[in-house]
Design a protein around this ligand. Structure first.
Ligand code: NAP
Length: 550
């Protein structure tokens, strides 16, 4: 009997809180709600916990944040006892960690797996949320918490003939649990974002022939991944509290650094504009050698000053040309259509080197676009590529996708889809005017996808728990943002984004990868420390900008 059969449907059941999603956000929220003595139900579409790490099992999938930072800090025992094996953990290791957290804190008994939430509607008369799942659950709660993740709705490309393909068709973010053996196969990959850039080097080693279909090249920096030395880990962990403090309050996005001895968070000393070209080049070499996405932090103005940004981009293009032997392929791999870092920078292991393999070729779709997928391959404007297997690594309907595919309705039956028709509007990325007692963990308008997600998840959950405790103590039934506060926050989020180069990126941060999606820069770009200060101040001032009713 599988887990789903064991779990009876919820019918007209009442809870204090319903949480949607059992990724890291849902797990930690459930744990904290239990601490408040509240009774919570979690609905999760997958068969297991882990969220993004449950679904994204493509070859080479691993985190681009360092393991010792991309992990929960709420339990000193957990952080001491869990041993990460690599600087950047693989997907299987992170999934094991999520499972360990669920078991260690006995969370599974309140989670219903294989339940896809389709609707959450607020009823003004009862002041309750009713949540429905595709499988037939119908439950009510005072509070509804969306822990639905930011990159959880895969984008299937609208390429003619895709359904005609007779070979094996896989999507990176919906990878078969049993894995895929590419041995001897002719494999095609569509997409060259973070997922593809991790998968391509691994598939290339196994496949007979790999053809990468690239529309837009991305900037990628080497991960410089390695096994973790237990001695180094022990020393780092001896300072864990200070490191965690730095993640939370630092000027950046909560990724911390690799020094064993923690030091107060400090910005890189200079802006690029203050350095000579030779000094900047040296700083970039140092950061390139350290590895990872902190490359963009080599100076402070890499994402705000166009000239500094251009020097960063030139540096990476030089590295690509030095690595890839075929000059035509190297040129095709050099991004030129967006400032570096304004699309999420990719972190790779041997990506560019892979194009030097005899069994790997690149098709530049800018020159020869795909006309259609055929029964046995891909037809571009100048050739037909025969394929046994096609892998789609074509991204997600990010940040709002998971929320908007549910029928979420607030006061007066207002649909969230209607309210957000011109782009997401939220106060602090936490609450939405007109949707009382609805919280969004790492919602649009918060640092979210720009940040170390574990840091942002813990911050949001802790803030929400304090707010719920305040309501319990004060006998308050409902909380929702004031429309004015929400408007001011949306303006502020835009203002901060407009002070950076991010809006020039044409990225999924802006919704630019989804046809018809409003172009709004969705995350808050001021950094996790500054954002935390705002949230703390709001709470200290009696939840300024929120209104409560008894
Ligand atoms: P993505 O960055 O959105 O990349 C999607 C790719 O598919 C792009 O190269 C895109 O090309 C291409 N594409 C989409 N539709 C296409 C079409 N019709 N024809 C040809 N190409 C098409 O998606 P992703 O790689 O899944 O990454 C999304 C985000 O997930 C990342 O930015 C990151 O935040 C997260 N992620 C993180 C990790 C990690 O932690 N290591 C790993 C994977 C993903 P265009 O640019 O031309 O549209």
């Amino acid at each position: 009997m599988d887990q789903n059969q064991r779990q009876e449907l919820d019918r007209e059941t009442d809870f204090d809180v319903i949480i949607v999603g059992a990724g890291f956000a849902g797990l930690y929220m459930l744990h904290r709600l239990r601490g408040l003595g509240l009774n919570a139900r979690v609905y999760e579409a997958g068969e297991n916990v882990g969220g993004t790490w449950y679904w994204n099992r493509y070859p080479g999938a691993r985190c681009d944040a360092e393991s010792l930072a991309y992990s929960f800090s709420f339990s000193p025992e957990l952080e001491q006892e869990w041993e990460w094996s690599e600087r950047y953990a693989t997907q299987p290791e992170i999934l094991r960690y999520a499972e360990h957290v669920a078991d260690r804190f006995d969370l599974r008994r309140d989670i219903r797996f294989e339940r896809t939430v389709t609707a959450a509607r607020f009823d003004e008369a009862t002041r309750l949320w009713t949540v429905e799942t595709e499988q037939g659950d119908r439950a009510r709660a005072r509070i509804c918490i969306m822990a639905t993740g930011c990159l959880s709705v895969p984008q299937r490309p609208d390429i003619p003939g895709l359904d005609d393909f007779q070979g094996n068709l896989y999507q990176a973010s919906l990878w078969p649990h049993e894995g895929v053996d590419f041995t001897g196969q002719r494999v095609g990959v569509i997409g060259t974002g973070s997922s593809a850039i991790q998968a391509i080097p691994v598939i290339a080693v196994q496949a007979g022939q790999l053809t990468v279909f690239q529309r837009t090249p991305n900037f990628s920096v080497p991960a410089v991944n390695s096994k973790l030395d237990p001695e180094w880990v022990a020393q780092f962990k001896a300072h864990y509290r200070e490191h965690r403090d730095n993640h939370r309050h630092g000027l950046g996005q909560g990724f911390g650094d690799l020094e064993i001895e923690p030091h107060p968070p400090a910005p890189a000393a200079e802006t690029g504009a203050e350095l000579t070209d030779a000094e900047l080049e040296q700083a970039l070499e140092e950061y390139w050698a350290k590895g990872g996405a902190r490359f963009m932090g080599a100076v402070t103005d890499s994402l705000s000053n166009e000239e500094t940004n251009r020097l960063f981009a030139d540096f990476v293009r030089k590295k690509i040309r030095a690595t890839v032997k075929d000059p035509e392929v190297a040129e095709a791999l050099c991004p030129s259509d967006h400032p570096i870092g304004t699309k999420r920078i990719c972190v790779d292991t041997g990506y560019y080197e892979t194009y030097n393999r005899d069994n790997v070729s690149l098709v530049n779709l800018r020159k020869t676009p795909i006309e259609r997928v055929t029964a046995n391959g891909i037809q571009t404007s100048d050739a037909h590529y025969e394929l046994d297997t096609l892998v789609l690594a074509t991204g997600f309907d990010a940040m709002t996708g998971a929320l908007l595919r549910m029928d979420i309705r607030g006061v007066g039956g207002m649909a969230l889809a209607e309210k957000w028709a011109a782009g997401p509007r939220s106060y602090l990325g936490i609450g939405i005017a007109g949707f009382p007692n609805l919280f969004t963990i790492t919602g649009p308008g918060s640092p979210s996808v720009l940040s170390n997600m574990l840091v942002s998840i813990e911050q949001h959950v802790d803030w929400m728990i304090d707010c719920i405790r305040y309501m319990e103590d004060e006998g308050l039934a409902l909380v929702e943002p004031e429309p004015d506060a929400e408007d001011a926050w949306v303006d502020h989020v835009n203002e901060v984004a407009n002070g950076t180069l991010f809006p020039k990126g044409g990225s999924w941060y802006l919704g630019a990868n989804v046809a018809g999606k409003p172009r709004v820069f969705m995350p808050y770009a001021a950094g996790v420390g500054a954002y935390r200060e705002v949230c703390d101040r709001v709470a200290e001032n009696g939840y300024e900008g929120f209104r409560f009713s008894a």
